[in-house]
Design a protein around this ligand. Sequence first.
Ligand code: MOS
Length: 732
Amino acid sequence: MTSYIGTATPRVDGRDKVTGAARYAGEHGAPDLVHGSVVTSTIAKGRIRRIDTSEAAKVDGVIAVLTHENRPPMANNDKAYKDDVAPEQGSPYRPLYDGEIRFNGQPVALVLAEDFETATFAASLVRVEYDEQPHITDIERQRGNAVPLDAPAKPRGDAAQAFAASDIRHDAEYYVPVEHHNPMELFASTAVWRDGKLTVYDKTQGVQNVQRYLCGVFEARSDEIQVMSPYMGGGFGSGLRPQFQVVLAVLGARALKRSVRVVLTRQQMYEVGYRPAMIQRIQLGAKPDGTLNAIIHDATTTTSQYEDFHRNETTWSGLLYKSETASYAHKLAHLDLPTSCDMRAPSAATGVYALEAAMDELAVALKMDPLELRLKCYSDRDQITGLPFSSKSLRECYSQGAAAFGWNKRNLAPRSMRDGNDLIGWGMATGIWEALQVPITVRITLTANGHAEVACATSDIGTGTYTIMAQVAADMLGLPIDNVTVKLGDSTLPQSPVEGGSWIAASVSNGILTTSNAIRDELLRQAQTMPDSPLKGATADDVALADGSIISKKPPRSTIPIADVMRHAGVDRIAQEKATQFQNDGKHAHNAHSAIFAEVKVDEQLGVIRVTRLVSAVAAGRILNLKTARSQVMGGMIWGIGMALHEETLIDHRFGRIMNANIAEYHVPVNADVHDVEVIFVDEQDDIVNPMGIKGLGEIGIVGVPAAIANAVHHATGKRVRDLPITLDKLT
Ligand code: MOS
């Protein structure tokens, strides 16, 4: 019956995007538009002693310069600044609230001018004097003061003792530096002022989250602020929390009673959150046959001085492999930086990197094939909870990935494969993510002419949400996809949480299923009141919507066009709005899995590393769209190349300032770094995880990739580099 779900349907918003018809947050205008430019602090910690805006204010075309001293009123309690993904502990940062400096690059003034160039020039004339205090931005220096968190899972047995008694032991520390999201689109907000009300076009992963936040911060009624984000040029987690430019745009609009646009510079993008630096110690104890006796995972991650953001890196070591004993610890180091935040596969990209590099080292110590070791430790249950998985096709991921890669041709010994001057290395790793679903509400309006509008306040952060929503609705309502219009990214639409955690595909699709069923039920009810209705006595399960009709699935397979039903009912449309909850049976673990195989070629003299082949076999339940799904996973894999070899935010700890806050010096993979990338989707039917069997794909693509590459580098060179990124200086 389905005809769109599972196919490689092109993006329904593709044409609008490539023609420029799709407008992003910083592209919306208004006749009274004022342009803002943000002035940022040049110290990491202290207080503003004096801020002199007089020179800036004198510039022709400057309308106002806002600072903490003259800004419009803002709420003075922390609660107002807590957004949906704010850490529980701490006091959220309040942009332009007071003279306190909490990190280098913090906004201290907003210059508002008739044009962008004037605002930018005038911003350079704002003079700030500070009372500076000592700061600390180095995880190594703050490590001893890191505070234990109680988030990690309960230990299993006596891991320390089991480790000490193991024949084969591996014990090492892995380092991941601060990394930044670097989405193509800059953070931007255009606050359009109309008779005291604001429509805010914002770059965000959650319009309702931002709307609630703005109403709290500005003590506004919910009908006074509408937030729109119909398109987003990449978020990767950086847009989960409302960012400071949206506060500044609204501050400006309220001060001037005019429309205001604020766009951050690329450099300022480095002050809105980042993947925390982390040090992870992994201890693995095993029997000579590869059976794990002990897993000990100890992580120290970083956050700001004012909030306690963290995700639990150690969970993944806990649940993935069979081990008699396990223990976990997590500490948090507070630094004079902005609060760290979610970034693609938060905690898994990093935690699984350490675990999977350690597993490779254990395999080397055991003189065992790394894939064979994974199979030896394979677990059909979540090792933390003891629950079986709703489905787990990791074995198939291993076998299909290995077959596509040609893993069985690998020589076990490092430095044993070469191609001229290049050493060849083959490495592999496992990937895992949680299959999540969140409460969501979907409204569907079906009109007599066979058109449907599907509405939900969710976001499409570039992942393809518009397209999968259209596909699912078209199949559920039995309409051609061109007859389906999707509305999202508007805070006035039915409830949705932020788009993140890989949970929107499952949530919104099952939401569309629920609401489509309500539409079907209403059509059936109306159809049964028609004279001599062939559907009299039929139940909801007996009928379906197909080809613009309501049809009976049972002989004699009667068909009534939807238009006829509506004409009979005297209506031209049927609308339903339904909330959908995640029905967790509490008896299963829900995870997506992957197996990654990497080939690197390392120039023996120069140490230059190229990732020449990358294969990922992914099991993530039902795949809604082969094209967008493949793009998602491929993007994650390429990011994995960056995490393994290129990405590192460098801080000059003397000033607590980021040195490479631009994409010339913060290295990301470019086309020349990306060679053969293959994505395999392993068939996985899951009747338990949710009615449609969807697990989500946003995060899993990157998980395990850095380890597979690091392991391949070791296989090529015999050298183990544990601190990322693996730059050539570390190989020589
Ligand atoms: Mo994702 S890091 O939840 O946007």
